[in-house]
Design a protein around this ligand. Sequence first.
Ligand code: SF4
Length: 442
Amino acid sequence: MHYAQVKRFIECWDGDNAFRKVFADNPAKALRNYALKVDPKEVAALCRRDKNDRIKIADLVKGHPALKAYGKYVEAINKFSLEILQKQIEISNPIFETWSARQKARFSTQAPSDWSEKNPFLAFSIELSEGCSVGCSYCAGAAEKLRSVALFTQENEMLFRGILGALTEFSGVDSIYGLLYFFTEPLDNPDYAKYLQAYYDEVGGIPQTTTAAWFRDIPRTRRLLVQSESLEGGVERFSINSLKHFRFCMKTFTADDLKKVHLVLNYPEAFSHLYKSGRALSLHDAIDGTTACVCGFLVNLATRTVKLVSPCIEPDVWTKGYRILAESTFADVPDFKAFLTFCQNTIMNSVLASDRALKFRRDLDIQLQLDNRAILKTRYRQMTIESEMGIALLRLIDGSQSPEGIVSSLSGEYSATKIYGLLNLWWDKGLFEDSEGPVQFR
Ligand code: SF4
């Protein structure tokens, strides 16, 4: 069986509740409805019971050799995700790297275990418009209405190329990876294809595109897929917002057209999850989480603004799923670079300063137990502190004491080296508030 056909079968199963019902009663009829060329007995093993059911293709292939080609395809997709993760690992600015590692450590205490490994923590994203024309009801970034776009004028092109150069230099890499959207719709910008080409010229590859406006101008969407193929892009993504759109997508594009397109299904009839973030905060079936994947610089070329951001799951404080630690406007590349330097020198402190007033993160629920243990809890994770010194430190950390103050308070009981050792460990794990944010630069 061709992997693109198997991929489409899974999409139909996950995306269309009527297909699921018909397939259960009359597989041949269900396959005919979507013109699927698969063996119903073989693909039945891929049918998830519900949206929480997980199927490991690698395990399945052993007993189903007919799914081997699809298994190889999934491997290739996973490799593509790993390559993106690898790009972030290559960042060699030690201050940016340490700060990012601390953010990841903190995020790993807020999220279910596999999320922090999967979140690529991209170094940047450059939005090419202000607001968004799509208005998805679940928008995790609560994007407002589309207000303006940054056309590919000579001035914007120079600025765009200069920003990519500045970010590459700041990160200390040969080739940096980020996105050209965050909570914006890439196709809102009529010059998106030109920006992709300029990105390719500067970086030697193109970023992934996720579009929820794929249905508006089908020839343009097809051109985007051709451009992605010719510039050796990876997997692109279409967000599908209704069952009607899903069926339209299946009619409009063949399985082969979409062999490198991941369909993100965001409607009630589909097996999908929405995260309590942005406009989805009030949706009853949304779960705690975030879609934010940038741990670094969020640039908007249309508004000429830049923010230092970091993913988080703290919906009471950061409703859009990411922290904003600093922000600024910029007029040109030197201005932009000045913000990067400011963040490096004042926000991304790589070591715990001895005079810094220490405060545990507000999302940590700290429970002192009667048996002289303490439990630090978040929604998904918990950590236990059992050592006598750990409990003594914990009692002193109230937002007013600095490491040097703590050392002096406990001088008769524990050595300064031991105290600093434990405080630094907690700092590296991201247990302390490292910035109230956002700090205004300009
Ligand atoms: S999810 Fe994306 S496409 Fe939808 S409103 Fe938000 S930014 Fe726009």
